[in-house]
Ligand binder design. Structure first.
Ligand code: LFR
Length: 482
């Protein structure tokens, strides 16, 4: 085929978007056809996602992308799921990963399966919201007892679009229930944690055609049949790393958005004790790759401050932050204490005070503190990822929403002492679309070829490291991190 139009659905923690991509063998061009808000809904003391609202946004986006659609692919944030009963009905709204139900659960789980043993199988950083901890927190609830199927968010959307039930493997690897070495569900872990193995659908690798849009979906979106749905790297980070426009292999990436996911791409997992202690994850990627990375708090810190301040325009604040002195105060952007919503400026001030630093006194100074702290965490994770995996890193690619934040990109270059290449902002949608296009036969090759297409088609902004990294060493020292 000479070219095709595909729709990439990319659901993030603060917005969902549908992009139409026109893909030819040597170029991709995208249009954002629909964007809709996403966010937590607190109900009865529990944080939920409005998943039907998201599904409606997807349908609206598909209608806007049509009528010439050759395929659809869906990616979203990881770890969260919907439960279906025996008739296929959704059992309640999916719980948001920032909900407090998993407080204390990791320790309880590790008392049954030691953390080191879990890591040896799943290779995952302990984050309290990993699906395994959510399921143990939900044990004994009537809802879980009634459940017959568990579908991660993109698979749930895919199920509603096609009727098929499947678990795409890159996202499944964030559950803490997959054996990262074999890319299959760990029957042993499921048994030891009394989690019903029957809940989990068959795994599929990215690139598989999982079904096609159901008749009522076609009718509702005005699309002519048939429209295949392709499993993509359904974890947004997996798709974002496909969309990194790297020319060589000696790169680290920072996939920025609500989170910063910082690491390197490997051919296989690194399951060392040193990596576990440093809190590195081995997430499964497209084409058999592994993302060796750490979750860093990301722009969530900034988003939550802005919310607290009544959502002012971020532009002027970022400009003011650029005029503030660098590294006046920093916090550990890897600290899980920042996971829950609410009171972020006060929590940042408290973290500064705890480490003997004067808390930032103005919103501009808080923003500067947040961005410096992120840059510091990026540097730490890039260096550790390289060291722990024996990878040489010559350049850092910043993709996702943070790629348009010039202060963050420059500070990341300065902190790492490495050039930063920033963009594309919509890397996840690019990676999503390219995997679809390859499944359709419009493009061929491996990740290097797909990345070449991103490079040829999207603009990238370069940042050279300035100054010396000693100031960053000193700032890191203040945090007393191991
Ligand atoms: C980024 C992301 C991260 C995951 C977090 C929670 O959007 O998918 O990779 O750890 O959201 O699901």
């Amino acid at each position: 085929t000479a070219g095709a139009r595909v729709a990439a659905v990319d659901l993030g923690a603060s917005s969902g978007r549908v992009l139409a991509f026109d893909v030819t063998p040597d170029r991709i061009a995208s249009t954002e056809v629909h964007r809709f808000p996403n966010g937590p809904v607190r109900l009865g003391g529990t944080l939920h996602w409005d998943v039907l609202g998201l599904y409606r946004g997807v349908l609206d986006g598909l209608r806007a992308a049509g009528p010439g659609l050759a395929a659809v692919g869906v990616d979203s944030w990881a770890v969260d799921y919907g439960l279906l009963d025996a008739t296929g009905a959704l059992l309640g709204n999916p719980v948001h990963y920032r909900d407090g139900r998993t407080d204390g659960v990791p320790d309880a789980v590790h008392a049954r399966v030691p953390a080191a043993e879990l890591y040896g199988v799943t290779g995952l950083q302990v984050l309290p919201f990993n699906t395994v901890y959510q399921l143990v927190a939900a044990a004994g609830t009537p809802q879980l007892a009634a459940a017959r199927h568990l579908l991660l968010i993109p698979d749930l959307i895919g199920h509603w679009l096609t009727g098929a039930r499947f678990a795409e493997v890159t996202n499944a690897s964030t559950t803490g229930l997959l054996d990262t070495r074999t890319r299959t569900w760990s029957a042993e872990l499921l048994a030891r944690l009394d989690i019903d193995a029957g809940l989990f659908p068959p795994l599929v690798e990215p690139g598989a055609v999982v079904g096609s849009l159901l008749p009522h979906v076609l009718a509702g979106t005005g699309l002519p049949a048939p429209v295949p749905v392709v499993a993509v790297g359904s974890h947004d980070t997996a798709s974002a790393v496909v969309g990194v426009p790297a020319a060589g292999r000696d790169f680290a990436y920072v996939a920025t958005g609500t989170w910063s996911l910082v690491g390197v791409e490997l051919d296989g997992p690194v399951l060392t004790e040193a990596g576990r202690r440093a809190n590195f994850s081995n997430e499964l990627g497209v084409d058999g790759t592994v993302r060796y990375l750490r979750n860093v708090m990301g722009l969530w810190l900034l988003q939550e401050c802005l919310r607290e301040w009544g959502d002012p325009e971020p532009g002027p604040l970022l400009d003011a932050a650029a005029g503030e002195p660098a590294l006046a105060a920093v916090v550990d952007a890897g600290d899980p204490a920042f996971i829950p919503p609410g009171g972020m400026p006060a929590r940042i001030a408290a973290a500064c005070a705890r480490t003997g630093q004067r808390p930032p006194g103005t919103p501009a100074a808080v923003v500067r503190c947040v961005l410096d702290s992120l840059a510091l965490a990026h540097r730490r994770a890039v260096r550790q990822a390289a060291g722990l995996s024996g990878t040489r890193v010559g350049v850092v690619h910043v993709v996702g929403g943070g790629a348009r934040n010039t202060l963050l990109c420059q500070s990341t270059a300065d902190a790492c002492g490495l050039p930063v290449l920033a963009g594309p902002v919509e890397a996840a949608a690019c990676g999503n679309a390219l995997v679809q296009a390859r499944a359709l036969g419009v493009v061929t090759g491996g990740l290097a070829e797909l990345r070449g297409l991103v490079r040829a088609s999207t603009g990238v902004v370069g940042y050279e490291p300035r100054g010396d990294t000693a100031a960053w060493d000193e700032a890191e020292g203040r945090l007393g991190l191991a």
